[in-house]
Write a protein of this length. Structure first.
Length: 83
């Protein structure tokens, strides 16, 4: 059995009948669209998609910052007053 990462789910055939109504009903929650009782895709609002993309970008930046903090070799001492 597949894990469903959504509060709402709907069959593909029911989804095809009225996708806009499914989106309205779910509000800001993701919807799993099922094909033969398995997730075929997830439907999310643009707002939720943007939040997910932002979170992934933030995670990438955190990983890069940690990597750079671990490497102090190329560090250059700077006098803040001289800037």
């Amino acid at each position: 059995m597949d894990i469903i990462y959504a509060d709402y789910s709907i069959s593909m055939s029911d989804f095809k009948k009225n996708p806009a109504q499914v989106l309205r009903t779910a509000g800001e929650k993701p919807v799993a669209v099922l094909n033969h009782n398995r997730p075929a895709f997830y439907m999310v609002t643009p707002r939720l998609f943007e939040a997910l993309v932002q979170e992934l970008g933030d995670r990438d930046l955190v990983a890069l910052a940690r990597q750079r903090l671990a490497s102090t070799e190329p560090a250059i001492e700077v006098d803040v007053d001289a800037l």
